[in-house]
Design a protein around this ligand. Structure first.
Ligand code: GLV
Ligand code: MN
Ligand code: MN
Length: 448
């Protein structure tokens, strides 16, 4: 696929920048705007244009912004430049999350907004970056309005949200919230066996202090994450922006199928112990079990040893991602898949090991904050009805942090619902609507 010009803004099936939203125009300026830097900060379009080429694979058009790689470093430099262009205080915390502060970071009761800049393999342009870019744009909008800030505000870029490199999602927020211990994080390795601390060091981050950061969390009064919707609920309801109600419980399980390596051209079918067959039967069972339980189950990653065309594999390793609206459906589907895999493995003389690599329980976003967002957005001039409230099967840093601090999420319409793909998209008008909604929410929470 031919790479596109990052300024080519049509909603085509590549990882291109969204169309440039016209800068949201502020309400009449009020007195005492907070100090902004001299020059006007980069517009939404400029931010998007500068971010668009970073970590994009020219072949697929998708993003490969994996934690602590060169692409990640480039995205972090972009974030820092955005903070500095606005006179915000840039801070890198012990877990590698970035913060851009307006006001005193130590004052407490801060209102924080942001998302992540890393991606899944060949991810889209919007999952994560839309939230970060919109946060800077919303702050610019508030400054244009001359809003008077009564609470500190920060914009964040949480590190390693997707878990594409080390297999565990939301490492930055999990460490901060104490949902991942430093000892466990130190054991994480990428596909080449590089431990997380070495990867951090190689990217210039000191890993010696990683771990819980309760003092930081205690200084945050609310965290709001804006995110592109990863489904079509808003498209179907005809709304540009929605509020999150809950995140489904979800997890990742590694299935190791050990068989016997042998010659593909000389080993009789009856004599084989081929783990690929058991893996294939397990993939089919996953689909069946998910349908029965009304859940989701996906084998999206597989590795094969020795990975030779003319060799029966000795090991097939497949990763199951499973999610469901409630815990009992999730338990049922995963137990059903594991039991089918064991039955097939036993019949074929395959040794099976199943390891749960990560798990996130159901998240119900705090009702008080969610209702406050609904009220703020419902009272806007021209608001035609209540803002839709929707659940999602996708994981987010907001979900991890919700166990420690009040969190809420805003979703921006995705007309196709496609995500984790270069075809992920949100229209220009909807990006603007998201920025203005976020600005209104921040104004309602952090300004007089
Ligand atoms: C993250 O986007 C996830 O839901 O896996
Ligand atoms: Mn994602
Ligand atoms: Mn995301």
């Amino acid at each position: 696929m031919t790479p596109r010009d990052p300024e080519d803004t049509s909603p085509a099936r590549t990882g291109t920048a969204p169309t440039a939203p016209t800068a949201p125009t502020g309400t009449a300026a009020r007195a005492s705007a907070p100090a902004a830097s001299e020059a006007s900060p980069p517009s939404f379009h400029e931010m998007w244009r500068d971010l668009a080429p970073l970590g994009r694979d020219p072949g697929s058009g998708g993003y490969r912004r994996y934690a602590w790689t060169a692409a990640d470093t480039d995205c972090r430099a972009w974030f820092r430049a955005q903070a500095e262009a606005r006179g915000l205080v840039h801070e890198l915390d012990r877990n590698g999350n970035q913060w851009a502060w307006l006001g005193d970071p130590l004052a407490g009761d801060a209102v924080v907004t942001g998302s992540h800049l890393d991606s899944v393999p060949d991810g889209g342009a919007f999952d994560g970056p839309l939230g970060v870019v919109s946060s800077f744009a919303a702050l610019d909008e508030l400054r244009r309005r001359g809003a008077r800030f009564t609470r500190p505000v920060a914009i964040t870029n949480f590190g390693d949200e997707e878990g594409a490199r080390f297999g565990l999602a939301c490492v930055g927020s999990r460490l901060t919230a104490g949902r991942l211990t430093a000892a466990k994080a130190q054991e994480l390795r990428d596909g080449d066996g590089v431990p997380l601390p070495r990867a951090m060091e190689a990217a210039g981050h000191d890993p010696s202090a990683i771990g819980p950061d309760p003092e930081r969390l205690a200084r945050i009064g609310a965290f709001i994450e804006l995110h592109v919707e990863q489904g079509r609920a808003l498209d179907l309801s005809g709304d540009p922006v929605g509020i999150a109600s809950a995140i489904w419980p979800h997890g990742r399980w590694r299935f190791d199928f050990h068989g016997e390596a042998n010659h593909a051209g000389t080993t009789r079918l009856a004599d084989r112990r081929d783990p690929m067959l058991t893996y294939a039967e397990t993939v089919l069972a996953a689909r069946r079990e998910a349908e029965l339980a009304g859940a989701l189950a996906t084998f999206g990653k597989v590795s094969v040893e020795p990975n030779g065309v003319n060799a029966i594999p000795s090991l097939v390793r497949g990763w199951l991602d499973s999610r469901a609206a409630d815990q009992s459906a999730l338990d049922t589907v995963v137990a059903g898949i594991e039991s089918a895999a064991r039955a097939h493995a036993d019949r074929a003389g395959i040794e099976l090991r199943v390891v749960r690599e990560s798990f996130t329980p159901v998240v119900e976003f705090e009702h008080a904050l969610r209702d406050e967002l609904g009220k703020i957005l419902g009272q806007r001039p021209g608001a035609r009805s209540a803002v839709p409230v929707l659940g999602t099967g996708a994981g987010h840093d907001a979900g991890i942090l919700s166990g420690s601090i009040p969190t809420a999420m805003l979703f921006v319409r995705n007309p196709t619902g496609v995500s984790h793909s270069p075809a992920e998209y949100a229209a220009e008008d909807d990006c603007v609507a998201g920025i203005l909604a976020l600005a209104d929410v921040l104004e309602g929470l952090a300004c007089t």
